[in-house]
Design a protein around this ligand. Structure first.
Ligand code: SF4
Length: 351
């Protein structure tokens, strides 16, 4: 066992802080035993806060139209091969009805940045869901908007908002997005959302083209400033109809190390073991939970549209019905000794 590695993990656990040198060490060094020490420390912290409970979020991908052209994304506007769809309000509500019946207490409404869904339409949908399911939380993941729009969603009853910042480094951001998009504005959106009162989630993909270890450390520094309630990270997986089609996939090992580091830095944060992690490794989500994650997001979208919301190639769970996904994930959670929570699964500061 590498004492240097162990000492950094202990210090990280005790101080919830990490220097760049320590970060690079944990990300790049260590053998199997060192990694088990890291994951055990992350699990211990997670278990203290969340008591071995995993929160399930029902994900409803309600539109794959998007006006943006992010280079890594399969539903970017210039991908003419994407088969576009929108769900109606009735269809979205029916997903929620099914979701609550099978035990979900959070619905995550996700889409590309689709101008069809005006603020009024989004607010109508949020209000209708909250009316039909008053005990459930609504999370929106619909991209960059103005602060005024975010406030309207909040006033309509939305509880949480996910907006991955993708990278905190401007230069790296410009290598992943067209000139029309700005990393600075994206960060501002996150601060606005927090100020309004949402539980806010940021995040990155691990292993995006041109990403350096220094970039990831900048992401950590940004997260320490933002203090998000949720952090979504998963490995980068290329999509065949994007400019990054020939780029290598992000590393599962690095993603797991990063999950553990994030758990130690942010003990109370809601940390998903993502579908991308489960796509890159058949047991990736279980490994994620065992490295400190505490959330999973089974798909609640109608099965006839699931294979159309493809941000990356090979996405798992596109053929199953909601109930099958639910049963499968509950089985995965119990096989590793955890249980599925029956609460809404808010961030501890919001309980
Ligand atoms: S990542 Fe989001 S904003 Fe960018 S093209 Fe894809 S759906 Fe649109």
């Amino acid at each position: 066992m590498d004492n240097g590695f162990k000492n950094i993990v202990d210090e990280l656990k005790n101080t919830q802080s990490i220097t760049k040198e320590q970060f690079v060490y944990i990300l790049e060094r260590g053998d199997k035993d060192d990694l088990e020490y890291l994951y055990a420390a992350a699990r211990e912290v997670s278990e203290k806060v969340f008591h071995k409970e995993v929160y399930l979020r029902g994900l409803i991908e309600f539109s794959n139209y998007c006006k943006n052209d992010c280079y890594y994304c399969g539903i970017r506007c210039s991908n003419r091969k994407a088969d576009r769809y929108r769900l109606t309000e009735e269809e979205i509500l029916s997903c929620c009805d099914i979701g609550e019946k099978i035990g979900f207490k959070t619905f995550v409404l996700q889409s590309g940045e689709d101008p069809y869904f005006t603020d009024d339409r989004i607010c109508d949908i949020v209000r209708a869901i909250k009316k039909a399911h008053p005990d459930c939380a609504v999370t929106l993941s619909i991209g960059e908007k103005t602060k005024e729009s975010y406030k309207k969603y909040y006033d309509a009853g939305a509880d949480r908002y996910l907006l991955r910042h993708e990278t905190a480094n401007e230069e790296h951001y410009s290598k992943l997005h067209p000139e029309s998009m700005s990393g600075a504005y994206r960060k501002q959106c996150l601060f606005d959302l927090k100020e309004i009162g949402f539980q806010v989630g940021c995040g990155i993909m691990v292993g995006t083209p041109h990403q350096t270890v220094d970039n990831i450390y900048e992401d950590i520094v940004f997260m320490q400033e933002l203090q998000p309630h949720m952090i979504g990270i998963g490995p980068f997986i290329p999509h065949q109809d994007t400019p990054f089609k020939d780029e290598p996939e992000g590393s599962v090992d690095r993603t797991l190390r990063l999950l553990a580091i994030l758990r130690l830095l942010f003990p109370k944060v809601l940390l998903p073991a993502t579908t991308a992690l489960g796509t890159a490794d058949a047991l990736g989500r279980e490994k994620g939970i065992l490295a400190g994650a505490n959330v999973m997001m089974p798909n609640l979208s109608p099965s006839n549209v699931r294979d159309k919301y493809l941000l990356y190639d090979g996405k798992i769970c596109t053929g199953e019905e909601a109930a099958e996904c639910n049963a499968c994930l509950r089985g995965r959670v119990s096989r590793i000794g955890f249980t599925v929570a029956d609460s809404r699964g808010d961030h501890p500061d919001f309980v």
